[in-house]
Design a protein around this ligand. Structure first.
Ligand SMILES: [Cu+2]
Length: 117
């Protein structure tokens, strides 16, 4: 009987894992976010990583492209783009929210010359 209840236990556990897995959907989004420097990078990545469902965000300073991994049952690209726009960083679809953009350090604001050295 002990053996049978062990089998039953494993079966229940197994289906619980499958069930949980079923209800997550791996999503990935790649989009351009305007930014100039390392502070921009931190702000963009932290903003995205705070969103429920986001597991990773990597912004590339050179290309301006951010790659975000997330659970597609919890969030979507539209929400991600709006979140970075809200902290002052424009995407191709969303203008940066002006009040927050204007409060960014000078080096992070639009129009600031990129350092090349
Ligand atoms: Cu910056």
């Amino acid at each position: 009987m002990k053996f049978l209840s062990l089998i039953a236990g494993v079966a229940i556990l197994g289906s619980a894992v499958l069930y949980a897995h079923d209800h997550e959907k791996a999503g990935e989004a790649k989009f351009w976010v305007r930014g100039n420097c390392g502070s921009c990078e931190k702000r963009i990545e932290r903003t995205l990583e705070k969103i429920d469902g986001v597991t990773d965000a990597e912004w590339d300073q050179e290309s301006g492209e951010v790659t975000v991994s997330f659970d597609a049952t919890k969030t979507d690209q539209e929400t991600l783009e709006k979140a970075v726009a809200a902290v002052g960083h424009a995407t191709k679809k969303h203008e940066a929210v002006k009040e927050t953009h204007d409060k960014l350090p000078a080096c992070c604001r639009e129009g600031y010359e990129k350092h090349t050295d």
